[in-house]
Design a protein around this ligand. Structure first.
Ligand SMILES: CC(C)(COP(=O)(O)OP(=O)(O)OC[C@H]1O[C@@H](n2cnc3c(N)ncnc32)[C@H](O)[C@@H]1OP(=O)(O)O)[C@@H](O)C(=O)NCCC(=O)NCCS
Length: 191
């Protein structure tokens, strides 16, 4: 599948863009916050790992099957990185993708993640024309579950102790939406 290059997208409060050098410090700060890492596969990040991540993502584009493309989420008002969203085109079918999202703690609880992920869904379904998008979340991650349900994704699966996670077996939910459902939602919400 040939995918057009990702360019900056603006929403009411946010700018979704490629990572840049200036993101290093805020990126490291939230990646090393234990509360932010709690339900993520990572624990933290060293400066050299963060530099490599930023350098790689500055040049990355979506569309490489099986590889995460990270989108920096900047608050327009301050120009500061507040989190990131991620999109991975599935290896077995390029019309399907998985999404992820992370927001620095100071910016949670304000609808910023909802605004960013809504934008990524619009990008996935409308710009890229994908058929189906999934998200996988720890069953204990209440904020993530609330976010996915707020955006209209459907819980399709509950995996029981399917992942060895931070010293114990964890459960995960699979959420999904197909393009047709997204188009109905955006039509209904546009009035
Ligand atoms: C998952 C995560 C991104 C959710 O962030 P969030 O800020 O709770 O999500 P939202 O942007 O949807 O904000 C919702 C909250 O903002 C409030 N809010 C305020 N204005 C709002 C608006 N305009 N629209 C929606 N919600 C709004 C909601 O009432 C809700 O408040 P509540 O948490 O008290 O119920 C965040 O918890 C996070 O980064 N966690 C760590 C990383 C992680 O676990 N990622 C998921 C891996 S699967």
């Amino acid at each position: 599948m040939s995918i057009t290059a990702f360019t900056t997208i603006e929403t009411g409060r946010l700018r979704l863009r490629h990572f840049m050098d200036a993101d290093l410090a805020p990126f490291m700060a939230y990646r090393n916050d234990p509360e932010v890492a709690r339900y993520q596969s990572w624990e933290g990040i060293s400066e050299s790992e963060a530099r490599t991540f930023v350098q790689e993502q500055m040049k990355a584009q979506p569309g490489a099957p099986g590889q995460w493309f990270q989108i920096a989420v900047e608050l327009k008002e301050t120009g500061v990185l507040v989190g990131d969203c991620a999109l991975k085109i599935e290896e077995h079918d390029e019309r399907q993708a998985e999404i992820g999202y992370t927001l620095a703690r100071a910016y949670q609880g304000q609808g910023i993640a909802s605004e960013a992920v809504r934008c990524v869904l619009e990008y996935a379904f409308v710009t890229l024309g994908l058929h189906r998008v999934i998200a996988i979340t720890d069953c204990e991650n209440a904020a993530s579950i609330a976010l996915l349900e707020r955006l209209g994704l459907r819980r399709e699966g509950h995996f029981h102790q399917n992942v060895w996670f931070k010293g114990k077996w964890g459960d995960e939910y699979l959420y999904a939406m197909v393009q047709e459902e997204w188009l109905i939602l955006r039509r209904d919400s546009s009035g």
